[in-house]
Design a protein around this ligand. Sequence first.
Ligand code: SF4
Length: 313
Amino acid sequence: MPYSFKFVYGPVPSRRLGESLGVSPIPNKTCNYSCVYCQLGRTTHFINERRDFYPKEDIFAEIKEAVSSTEKIDYITFVGEGEPTLYKSLGWLIAETKKLTTIPIAVITNGSLLYLPEVRKDLLKADVVLPTLDAVDQALFRKVNRPRRELVIDKIIQGMMDFRAEYSGEIWMEVMLVKGLNDSEETIQELKTVLDKLRSERVYVNVPIRPPAEKWVEIPDKEVVLRICKTLGATNLAFYESTTGFTIQSQEEIEEEILKITTRHPLREDQILHLTAMPTEKIRKLLETMVKQEKLKKMLYNKQVFYENAKRK
Ligand code: SF4
């Protein structure tokens, strides 16, 4: 059942986290990176100081309500429309959620602030932390992730190492590959050296399956991705995005859910078709109407049709 919450959404099906209840404690597009592949578009709140953008009690109240009214949640996932560790009271939110439920807690992060002891401390109570590492060389890091000027990849990697030493939960690393940028043999070998040292429980390889911030971004060839997965001992997330999940019945509900999810990121047409048990033709008609009413924008990326919320900046 979809919620009309401000900070909490889902549960949405996730390949890594099953039925994942998302918690976004930061405003849209708030990040210290502006990755070329970002599905949110270019970062608009490009900051590196941690803040409480919203009262922590308001966010926690929504988590509480969602947990008590949802039958199946595999993970409560702190994930921003940007970088969730920029939320200053993240540690408080995780600790309070832990007191509330035994449902495991995940944090999806770009990992950039793990060099700060307070961020590492905040994440200690999470069950699984999923940081990203796309490059280990400063020049390439700047090209792929376009971080705030003060961020230095060596320091970030050291932060990840320190976190590994202090943290007893699981770390699942993710590497996002962009064709011609970080998919060369040399780059992958460098990444492998660091990932081996990090001793994370899992490594995932992904590609920009949704329309990226920069139009020139391309997905590497399938054989390249498979070869890289083998080299890194990684699980391939690239070509298996889940299309199953919710079952929403009424037209109002599906319209509301489409608008909510597409505010966060564009959705493929086939993913929308799987949101509901409604007949395909009926959904297609609804999408056409929503485009005509200027609620949705239709676009083509990687030979697939996507829809995004027309209000998304
Ligand atoms: S992909 Fe993640 S880390 Fe990169 S700009 Fe977007 S929100 Fe920030």
